[in-house]
Write a protein that binds this ligand. Structure first.
Ligand SMILES: [Fe+2]
Length: 222
């Protein structure tokens, strides 16, 4: 246990709150540094043409294994003002629950046709859209048998701010035992994508995920 900082008490399923808690006393940043302590981000983001479609690495490659889905939504502030030309970065596990990342040592199957990362910009109404493969759930804590339910990670960058959240899927058996769901309580509903039918033969199911930045109805951010 640490002497300073806050300890989130959400039981044995959380293996990271300890790592995220400061171990030493906090120090105030010097006055001169505070006045200029603003992260710098480019004013205009750009993405490549095919980054919105994560179901294929490129147009000439086969589609990745699994169920192709569409995710759409609006990014807005607490007053409903759209976040225009915001950058949304997306990453998720593949159909088998495996990340293409050095730290994923699960041994689950990699899909050579699934990169697992994409980027899109919001339009002038704050709307975004991307295609991906419905991700697999994965066993995050083999030592206590805790699964992470299907989820998609999203980073939202607008101006000089960046926030990271996750979209979950409805009616997943592991939702209730997920640490984020336990922390959020009833507000967890806001982070569940809402299914809708899509009228394209390329996509099996759509999910709406609106993101609210700030205010008392804000989307849960990590
Ligand atoms: Fe994840």
């Amino acid at each position: 246990m640490t002497e300073f900082g806050r300890q989130l008490d959400i039981g044995p399923t959380d293996n990271t709150s300890d790592q995220r808690t400061p171990r030493k006393r906090l120090h105030l940043i010097p006055e001169q540094a505070r006045s200029s302590f603003v992260p710098v981000a480019p004013a205009r983001f750009t993405t490549r043409a095919n980054e919105w479609d994560m179901t294929r690495i490129s147009a000439d490659r086969p589609r990745a294994t699994g169920v192709p889905i569409e995710v759409t939504g609006v990014v807005q502030n607490e007053n409903g003002t759209p976040v225009r030309k915001g950058l949304i970065e997306v990453w998720s596990a593949n159909h088998f629950g495996r990340y293409r990342h050095a730290e994923d040592q699960s041994g689950l199957e990699l899909d050579e046709n699934f990169f697992g990362m994409g980027r899109v910009l919001t339009d002038n109404e704050g709307r975004y859209r991307f295609w991906t493969i419905s991700p697999g759930a994965y066993l995050a804590r083999p030592d206590i048998g805790r699964w992470r339910p299907k989820h998609i990670h999203l980073s939202v960058t607008g101006g000089s701010s960046r926030l990271i959240t996750q979209m979950y899927f409805p009616d997943e058996p592991n939702n209730v035992s997920d640490p984020m769901a336990i922390l959020m309580g009833d507000a967890f509903e806001r982070n569940i994508g809402k299914p809708y039918d899509v009228s394209t033969r390329d996509i099996d199911q759509g999910f709406n995920f609106d993101i609210t930045v700030g205010g008392k109805n804000a989307t849960f951010f990590e």
